[in-house]
Ligand binder design. Structure first.
Ligand code: PLP
Length: 380
């Protein structure tokens, strides 16, 4: 158990930085502080460290060359760079984008921003399990479709998407596929999700916040969206955040090396938690079906308001959320669950619990008892 008073079940929002990762980062804040673009030895030292981190990350991801990686300040910037950068570089092919309706706002708003440049955006809803059908994507595509965006695994339900089949449909129609792998990176290998480009974010796999990468395959035409210096082969200006890059690279390798072991342990905790909540609390249902990430469960509680549950659970020592961290707190109900066709009361009563490396069976005991108490109190 993490502590006797507090249990953290919000790993889909963010994870703590791994101790070894932090140690690797620390020297780059002070002793090894050079700007990696500087010509002198201080700069060369950090530039070499960045090159090593890029190479290590490429090996962990199974991509080659490492130059396909563009370091960014997180998943949001990576999605912006990939989606806007690719679309705006390929207007000669058309101005139409297809987006799965369950994408993170980083993807949805990047696509919506393209409307300023004359693009049209078509949204594709998932089925009731939260799965996007490759055929629905194909049906939404047109001759002038430049890019399709579909995520590897959803951040609210954990549902894993059939990206390989979506990729085949997209390629058969000559467009690019952008895949937001923010939730699956460090858990599942990138090779499961063939695409032309990916977004990654370090703080989801026990690395630092404010670090991410766009992985854009060699040969894919794109333009930069951040004007500035010549960093990242001229495609992303800005002094590189060396400590964060070192930490991200280490965290990714570490996470992937223990993904199988962690995954097995975490899925057992998640399944036991789910089993107990469903069997011990009336009027509960899991949202999302098919294959899911081992860590996430999204549960609706009849007659309750999800925000209320989250608030009261926090007071009772359990941290969870109603959905994406950036939109929880917003009054609007989850666009993901709504797109799945769930009725409004089920959407409004949904809570996401996401498990991580440091959770234990005692955390499950603690959380289930707290949920029973809170739901009982809300239902009066
Ligand atoms: N994409 C998905 C699926 C996410 O879950 C998140 C963060 O929650 C992001 C993108 C944004 O990543 P970042 O927080 O690094 O900007």
């Amino acid at each position: 158990m993490q502590s006797t008073e507090r249990v953290y079940l919000d790993h889909a929002a963010t994870t703590p930085v791994d101790g070894g990762v932090l140690n690797d980062m620390l020297p780059y804040f002070s002793e090894l502080f050079g700007n990696s673009s500087s010509q002198h030895s201080f700069g060369r030292q950090t530039a070499n460290a960045v090159t090593a981190a890029r190479d290590k990350m490429a090996v962990a991801l199974g991509i080659s060359p490492a130059a396909e990686l563009y370091f960014t300040c997180g998943g949001t910037e990576a999605d912006n760079l990939g989606i806007k950068g690719i679309c705006l570089a390929n207007v000669d092919r058309g101005r139409h984008v297809v987006i799965s309706a369950i994408e993170h706002p980083a993807v949805i708003e990047s696509a919506n921003d393209l409307k300023k440049y004359g693009f049209e955006v078509t949204f594709v809803n998932p089925d009731g399990r939260g799965v996007i059908s490759p055929k629905a994507i194909a049906d939404a595509m047109r001759q002038d479709t430049v890019l399709v965006a579909a995520m590897s695994a959803n951040n609210e339900t954990g549902v894993i998407q059939p990206i390989a089949d979506i990729y085949s449909e997209v390629k058969a129609r000559g467009a690019y596929l952008w895949c937001d792998c923010v939730q699956s990176a460090g858990v599942l290998p990138l090779s499961r999700f063939p695409a032309d480009g990916y977004a990654l974010s370090a703080h989801k796999f026990y690395g630092p916040k404010g670090a991410g990468a766009a992985c854009i395959k060699k040969g894919v035409r794109f333009i930069r969206i951040m004007s500035g210096g010549h960093q990242e082969r001229g495609m992303r200006g800005g002094t590189l955040n060396t400590p964060a890059i070192i930490g991200m690279s280490h965290a990714l390798s570490l996470s992937l090396s223990c993904a199988a072991e962690d995954g097995e342990r975490i899925v057992r905790l998640r399944d036991e938690f789910e089993r107990r909540v469903l069997s011990q609390i009336d009027g509960t249902a899991v949202n999302g079906g098919g294959e899911r990430l081992p860590s996430v469960t999204n549960i609706s509680f009849d007659g309750c308001d999800g925000q209320n549950i989250v608030f009261l659970l926090d007071l009772n020592g359990v941290a969870c959320s109603t959905g994406a961290a950036c939109s929880s707190g917003a009054a609007s109900p989850s666009h993901v669950l709504s797109a799945m066709g769930l009725d409004e009361s089920r959407v409004r009563s949904a809570v996401r619990f996401s498990f991580g490396r440091n959770n234990t069976a005692a955390d499950v005991d603690f959380a289930v008892e707290a949920i029973k108490k809170v739901v009982r109190a809300i239902r009066g």
